[in-house]
Ligand binder design. Structure first.
Ligand code: HEC
Ligand code: HEC
Ligand code: HEC
Ligand code: HEC
Length: 415
């Protein structure tokens, strides 16, 4: 446990639906189940745990399910207060009901007045009490007067006032600085995944960000020295060294189970392919392309579906889309009952739907190629910086590993 002489404000924000890192690359940060270890280093009476909001990024059924899962997770983690943006408020209103949220909620974006704009918790430090108030305001409503209103506490015990605002713009921060007597700390979104200090100037509030996607937890340590508040802000990486909490691991399993039981794969709309084309499946290619098939079968692409099965994520639309053939198209992969040839990063993932090609080949008409697209998908659609950080720095190496052709190709980075 940290020292008695200080209190700690833990900050997170912009979860945008990230319950857990996907596991596509090594050393990815984040995951609710590991966050608990960090928060539990400080006793409840000496800590305030706040999320700045933007819990999910959309309104699909899966987003709503994630929202509910995130709310449960934040409750299990012992969050004191969660700031809701306009969309968060709307979803809470339609699912849990605002009155049933299992922690204090605040919002600067709720026009209805149902959600309070500030929250106060009394913390203890060195035997004395310190009220900590978190207020929320929308950047387009920031005026010195509005800010002061948020912190007009009854009683005159000096406290710590933290203002959450949805923009780090200079103009916004300057206006807030005019209310410097009431605001000690400003938390605004800085666009970076890391929790960090945005500005630290004399005679102005400390400006910090909470980071994104749950990769870090911001830890603001507060000391009272001769009647003055002293701050130190650091980011704590949610990495593999932290012990996962069993109950939160279970919560994620329940989420996965719901994706399966309620068949979320089927909820994703499927569109027809242009030109009447259809996916045939990788198993339809080997008769004529034995060499290519043989080579491909030994690559990791050929096991991408099993990879998801190993982590019970084969029912998750958000994972499936990069680990199979043609998800989202009528003839592409749809669920575990689909033809096995549509599993994995198969031939047609890169070479495009080949129904017409096979027909042409069978009719000995291969040279015409009709409206057939050739290599339609590029590597970076899946090998993104998030899912494959090494790809960007080693394009040649990655291409070298997928060689399944006999003749070196003109446009290939691999000769
Ligand atoms: C944007 C496309 C994309 C999405 C979405 C995606 N993956 Fe991946 N995944 C990849 C790529 C690309 C790799 C290979 C990364 C590399 O080796 O550079 C990979 C690799 C993996 C691996 C490691 C395989 C190994 O051989 O070590 C796991 C596990 C995995 N993904 C699980 C998931 C899960 C679970 C989800 C959903 C939560 C998911 N993926 C969503 C593209 C994706
Ligand atoms: C009935 C035989 C046959 C089948 C089945 C077949 N192909 Fe082909 N394919 C050919 C022939 C013939 C050519 C042209 C000669 C060559 O390059 O080998 C060809 C060429 C290709 C090429 C290189 C030229 C181009 O069009 O891009 C690709 C890629 C290809 N086929 C992919 C596939 C895939 C993927 C499948 C399975 C969905 C498949 N083929 C199924 C006979 C076939
Ligand atoms: C539809 C998404 C998708 C596309 C497109 C894609 N990949 Fe992949 N790739 C994956 C996934 C998923 C994996 C992880 C497979 C596994 O291990 O389960 C992977 C793994 C790999 C690996 C294995 C990495 C390792 O650790 O050994 C290489 C190499 C690779 N891809 C190269 C490429 C290249 C080159 C291209 C483009 C020509 C490409 N990929 C296009 C999804 C994709
Ligand atoms: C990750 C993407 C990807 C996957 C999956 C993939 N290919 Fe390819 N394939 C390519 C690329 C890219 C080339 C061209 C390489 C170049 O331009 O140097 C190619 C070349 C080919 C060729 C050209 C003919 C040759 O041998 O020279 C054939 C045929 C072919 N692939 C068939 C297949 C078949 C069959 C499968 C499945 C068993 C498959 N490919 C899976 C990306 C892929």
């Amino acid at each position: 446990m940290d020292g008695d002489g200080e209190i700690v404000i833990f900050l997170t924000g912009e979860t945008v639906g990230q319950l857990k890192p996907c596991g596509c690359a090594a050393d990815q940060l984040g995951g609710f189940e590991k966050r608990k270890t960090v928060l539990d280093t400080v006793d409840s009476e000496r800590r305030l745990v706040v999320d700045t909001g933007h819990l999910v990024d959309g309104r699909s059924e899966q987003d709503i399910l994630k929202y509910e899962t995130i709310v449960h997770a934040l409750f299990m983690l012992g969050y004191d207060a969660v700031n809701l943006d306009a969309s968060d408020v709307e979803i809470a209103r339609n699912s849990f009901g605002l009155a049933n949220m299992p922690f204090a909620i605040i919002s600067g974006s709720d026009e209805s007045g149902e959600v309070k704009r500030s929250y106060t918790k009394i913390l203890k430090m060195n035997g004395t009490v310190l009220p900590v108030t978190v207020g929320s305001i929308r950047s387009d409503q920031v005026t010195a007067g509005e800010v002061e209103k948020l912190f007009s506490l009854e009683g005159d015990i000096p406290g710590l006032n933290i203002l959450l605002v949805d923009s780090c713009d200079d103009a916004v921060l300057e206006t807030i600085a005019q209310a410097v007597d009431v605001v000690d700390v400003v938390v605004c979104p800085f666009g970076s995944d890391e929790a960090e200090i945005v500005a630290e100037l004399p005679d102005a509030p400390l400006v910090i960000s909470a980071g994104r996607l749950g990769k870090y937890v911001g830890k603001l340590r507060v000391k009272l020295l001769e009647g003055k508040l002293e701050f130190a802000y650091e980011k704590i990486a949610i990495d593999g060294t932290l012990k996962p909490d069993e109950e939160l691991v279970q919560l994620y399993s329940t989420y996965q189970q719901t994706l399966k039981d309620d068949n979320y794969l089927a909820k994703v709309s499927k569109v027809p392919l242009p030109g009447g084309l259809k996916y045939a499946g990788s198993d339809k290619c080997h008769g004529c392309h034995e060499y290519n098939n043989e080579k491909w079968s030994n690559l990791k692409h050929a096991h991408a579906y099993q990879t998801l099965v190993d982590v019970t994520s084969q029912y998750d639309p958000e994972c499936i889309k990069c680990h199979v053939v043609g998800f989202g198209y009528e003839s592409g992969f749809s669920d575990e009952n689909s033809s096995k040839g549509l599993r994995n990063v198969g031939c047609e993932t890169c070479h495009g739907p080949r129904s017409q090609h096979i027909e042409d080949a069978l009719n000995d008409d291969i040279s015409t190629k009709k409206a057939e697209p050739v290599a339609v998908v590029s590597c970076i659609e899946c090998h993104t910086s998030e899912h494959s950080p090494d790809y960007q720095t080693d394009v040649r190496g990655y291409w070298g590993k997928i060689v399944h052709w006999k003749e070196p190709k003109q446009n290939s980075p691999v000769k």
